[in-house]
Design a protein around this ligand. Structure first.
Ligand code: MG
Length: 386
């Protein structure tokens, strides 16, 4: 396999760091061209020294100035940019694969620009497809740009589907598994006492803050159902959720002839990331695999819509199409931000989102700018008034 030139947007986040860990383990397989980070300049500096990219972007102009000086002091020949324009530069720079690991809807525009420039994408940012799925998928199809899922359930689904010659008409159901999050066994009467610290403690996965909160409310699985709908062009009535506490089986595909394929892998995001990096090929892993005989029972349960109503609210928003999923997603992002700032309670996450979805004057977005406007407006309204 020839060396793959890659860029990573969101290089200091959980997925970005794990992607670079794979680069560290396979120095001949990947060549890091572009890196973009938000605020974590300390970690970014370490990454520049280790991976020596050609272009780097950071959110704030002052951080960019500091990085320029840092590169000079360390004799690093790196072009430093900042802000939206910096992201755009990286998205236009030709590479074999762009890893989109920015948190939330900030990934929409960069993804769109990369697809316009025909750059293959490893998509870790599910919010892009949740809010702008119809437009993103249409452009990717038109430009023949592959969108390779990094999300574990979707990488799993794609691998199950890849065993078949034809796809959509032969699928009966696709089931995405969910760990149930940290509160799966907690009685509803105790939900009022849930703190941010408790919500951030995910039982099986090590992940960033936003997705950890989304897992605790089950919003994450709702977003993933919408993501799967777009990625696999499959109707919502064929998409199911199963609570699987062990997080070993990531997706289950049932075909119309009754045969079922399930995908298993360790609870380690480096497996789906490596799948996306090497797609359509595979190479020897350097990480600890599963010892099937050491596994305890694998259990599967129905989701609980009484204690976790946001799962169905998210899926309903997806089914409604138009501005609904973008509004749901923006409201959730802003409300999770407030929850992480201790400005509202765990139970208010649900009531606030429902309220915002009901009050919005819904319409059918025609362009990416329409989606970004919805996103900006909803977040502004929530963050200003709370
Ligand atoms: Mg996932």
């Amino acid at each position: 396999m020839k060396t793959k030139a890659i860029s990573i947007l969101g290089c200091t986040g959980s997925i970005g760091v794990q992607t670079l860990d794979l680069v560290r383990h396979y120095p001949d397989a990947y060549n890091v061209i572009g890196l973009a980070a938000g605020k974590n300049i300390t970690l970014l500096k370490k990454q520049l020294l280790e991976f020596k990219p050609k272009i780097v972007s950071i959110s704030h102009v002052n951080d960019a100035k500091e990085l320029t000086l840092f590169c000079k002091e360390n004799s690093l020949m790196i072009t430093i940019e900042h802000g939206e324009k910096g992201l755009e530069t990286i998205c236009k720079n030709p590479v074999d694969l762009l890893v989109m690991a920015i948190v939330g809807t900030a990934g929409i525009k960069p993804t769109y620009i990369a697809i316009q420039n025909k750059i293959p994408i490893a998509l870790a940012c599910k919010e892009v497809l949740v809010s702008a799925g119809d437009l993103i998928i249409a452009l990717a199809k038109k430009n023949n740009v592959p969108l390779i899922p990094v999300d574990s359930e979707h990488a799993a689904t794609q691998q199950c589907l890849a065993t078949q010659n034809t796809i959509a008409p032969i699928i009966k159901t696709i089931t995405l598994t969910a760990s149930g999050g940290p509160f799966w066994t907690l009685p509803h009467s105790e939900f009022k006492d849930i703190t941010k610290e408790k919500a951030l403690k995910h039982p099986t996965w090590s992940m960033g803050n936003k997705i950890s909160i989304d897992s605790s409310t089950m919003v994450n699985k709702g977003l993933e159902i919408i993501e799967a709908h777009h990625l696999f062009n499959i109707s919502y009535d064929k998409l199911k959720v199963s609570i699987h506490r062990q997080s070993i089986v990531h997706a289950i595909v049932e075909f119309i002839d009754g045969n079922i394929l399930a995908h298993l892998s360790p609870t380690d995001m480096r497996f789906p990331i490596q799948y996306a990096l090497d797609y359509p090929y595979k190479k020897q892993t350097k990480f600890k695999g599963l010892d099937i005989n050491k596994l305890s029972a694998l259990t599967f349960e129905e989701p609980d819509n009484t204690r976790f109503p946001l799962l169905n609210i998210a899926i309903e928003a997806g089914k409604q199409k138009g501005s609904y999923p973008a509004v749901f997603n923006a409201a959730n992002e802003a409300i999770v931000t407030l929850f992480l700032q201790d400005k509202l309670t765990f139970l208010q996450i649900h009531t606030f989102i429902e309220d915002i979805l009901a009050k919005f004057n819904h319409f059918i977005p025609k362009t990416i700018e329409d989606i970004i406007d919805i996103d900006t407006q909803i977040k502004h309204d929530i963050l200003q008034t709370t």
